[in-house]
Design a protein around this ligand. Sequence first.
Ligand code: FAD
Length: 365
Amino acid sequence: PGAMTSRVAELVGDQAEEWDRRGRLPLELVRELAGRGMLCAQVPARYGGPGLTAADGGAFTAGVGRLCSSLRSLMTSQGMAAWTIEKLGGAAQRAAHLPELAGGRLAAVAFSEPGAGSDLSAIDTRIRAEGGTVVVDGRKVWITGAAYADLLVVFGRFGDGFAAVLVPASAPGVRVERVPDPLGCRAAGHADVHLDSVRLPADSVLERTAGSAELLVTPPLTYGRLSVAWGCVGILRACLDEATGHARSRVQFGRPIADHQLVAGHLAEILVGEQVATRTCEHASRCWDAGLPETATAAVLAKHVGAVNAVRGASAAVQVLGSAGARDGRAAARAYRDAKLMEIIEGSSEICRLILARHALTAPA
Ligand code: FAD
């Protein structure tokens, strides 16, 4: 993962700020990274992917998150799409689609709808079989990376339960509409997706279906939560870099502000947040790599700790920068906006706490 992070760092350079301001990532760069399998680095080598473990994939994700949360968001989506296909697809679907994703085809994952945010049991997109085809109707909102995607992994109602269906973005009846002016991760290509009588081959529906939305979405969400959590570690590291650098060089009252204890307190708070988030991520990734049943809960914990600490850490970093952090152009200001969104996605902080409380109430004493 170290070499992969260095390669991404070379390609990103100091451009993240500019991409954020423009609200666009350069497509050539995204395609280059995707073509090397770096946007879904845990896809196994037998499907043409880099085959990183969750621990190594996490370290790489944190490295990218430290540079650019928009690019990291795309990695989360691409990796989550690949994991959905690996987990819910049949052998032929895995063999057909995973090499494509590891080889550069860009994908996004669509759960959310106008009436189904935290409550995915309210998903109303319909997937229905018709002759040898399936037809998809619905509307998805806020889909990360959808503005760049070639393929959309769409969750919807299917028969008596729920299923995921692979929808090419170019299929007739698909319309992708960018979310204007997002608060953060501005270059991540968030878009609403309209699906009007989209007709697809029957084998576009991933083989594993489920009676409840929760059962179906938990595997992809677990991947997404862990990826977001590592991304938050990256945000915290970026905040630490910038806040410590500024505190060393900015002089007030005759000495570097780092020598003022209240400022030092902010630096310590960011470090504590980064360290605690890192440890919870490492734990969840170890659970994932060992195939343990507690992986899903460990990923919720990591995501929750990561997001809350990133929000606090970014706020502390902006405070240390003072007016220097009070406008676009500084990593801490970008982190401040990006971090807040991490408390909303992949299960908001409230939903994470509900899941953790349920775990506390049901876990054996
Ligand atoms: P709501 O569910 O309406 O919640 C509003 C508030 O009420 C929140 O604070 C929430 O925590 C709280 N709340 C709701 N229910 C409860 C409860 N039972 N108890 C306590 N509090 C509750 N979706 C996708 O499908 N794919 C993507 O790639 C994707 N990317 C996203 C990227 C960004 C930057 C954002 C902002 C959103 C993205 N989403 C995506 C959508 C995201 O998953 C939803 O925004 C999220 O699930 C919350 O849903 P909501 O926005 O409708 O909020």
